[in-house]
Design a protein around this ligand. Sequence first.
Ligand SMILES: Cc1cc2nc3c(=O)[nH]c(=O)nc-3n(C[C@H](O)[C@H](O)[C@H](O)COP(=O)(O)OP(=O)(O)OC[C@H]3O[C@@H](n4cnc5c(N)ncnc54)[C@H](O)[C@@H]3O)c2cc1C
Length: 400
Amino acid sequence: MIETTKIPFTVIGGGIGGLAAALGAAESGRQVYVLEQAPEFGEIGAGIQLGPNAMAVLDRFGLLGEIDKYAVYPKRLVLKDALTGEELTDLDLGDSIKEQYGYTYTVMHRSDLHKVLLEACEKNPSITLLTNQQVSKVENHDDFVTIECTSGEVYEAESLVGADGIWSKTRELFSQDEGVTEGYVAYRGAIPMHEISEHADFDDVIMWIAPNLHLVQYPVRRKELYNQVAVFKSFNYKKGKSDWGTPEELDEHFGKCCPKVQKAVTFMSRERRWEMYDKEPINNWTENRLTLLGDSAHPMYQYLAQGACQALEDASYLTDKLNEYGDEDINKAFNAYQEERMPRTAQVQKRARVWGDIIHADDPVARLMRDSYFKTRQSTSFEDVEWMYGYFKKSSLSYS
Ligand SMILES: Cc1cc2nc3c(=O)[nH]c(=O)nc-3n(C[C@H](O)[C@H](O)[C@H](O)COP(=O)(O)OP(=O)(O)OC[C@H]3O[C@@H](n4cnc5c(N)ncnc54)[C@H](O)[C@@H]3O)c2cc1C
């Protein structure tokens, strides 16, 4: 007979979403276990953008002081034409965004953000962090959740949050949906600033756009590193095949860009590429004592830089509902969380796709109309981003 270990409130996945959820559940007075498949908790070596909506959550968890040790606060978000080099529009990320939303726009190295969250979890006596726990099966019962790991370990959790990313095992309880791709692929990484400083912009987040491609650049880790993400549509994409989005295609796509962009791409590491997938929104991710959070609930394209921000919003809202319902009815707390978060995250998933279509537009008329609109915008006009960054203004959540 297989021995089962009883554990309390459990989170599967120790990414940004999972660790934030663990902090929130601990805040609500629970003992929490985090099960992570990797031998060590960590993140990949690239940057992350955090809108004011994410900074509000990090503030709520008391982490802004730690974040400040690594963060860069850019002055502007600039959109440029990658073919001509022309600046198309910008958004003021200085004082005006803080006045508007109460928090600054922040860019940082992913491993720095993850470290801040991990250290907060490690310091919290209510949180137990376990590595080498690759979950292979999750079974939902009325009063508990069974979790099987590939190591043979079996847990009986009092309740469960599946924060195990886009290829989530937990999501399989709700949907067998496959990832959706348009054949886009990303190359990314952070380069030591002294190697690239001649070609870097120290103050701004820059997004270069052109048909079927874009390049994002910004400094991270107190401006010691320069993050670059080069994304393009592979015309060799075929379902089930892996030989698409190659470094040769990267060079071919970016070879048609202006010299500054061409030069930037020479610094990209070609060792690893990320295939871009999202999924359709689903209409339920909660049952009994189990719910989903972050990419496992609502995987989205990264074009609006909101995936991790949404995972943080999830964690904040879940915390409020766990506080509100206490131990009496976890299912009510999970359902109330889902009711708020499902429409919000579905909207971001859908708009990320639309923004991808806008920045990658190939049609000359569509590009002309887009660029004329961009050129009429004021840099301190927040109308286009209000729905995204202004979430907490409308919600019942309040922050100190
Ligand atoms: C190129 C690119 C750029 C991006 N830029 C931004 C940005 O600027 N801003 C932003 O907000 N978002 C951005 N995103 C999106 C963001 O990275 C994700 O939305 C975010 O990391 C999701 O966090 P998560 O914790 O839900 O999932 P993940 O980060 O995927 O974490 C899941 C965790 O679960 C673990 N796990 C998985 N399966 C199992 C299992 N079976 N058992 C146990 N553990 C398991 C994994 O090892 C991992 O630690 C970007 C994404 C990409 C691809």
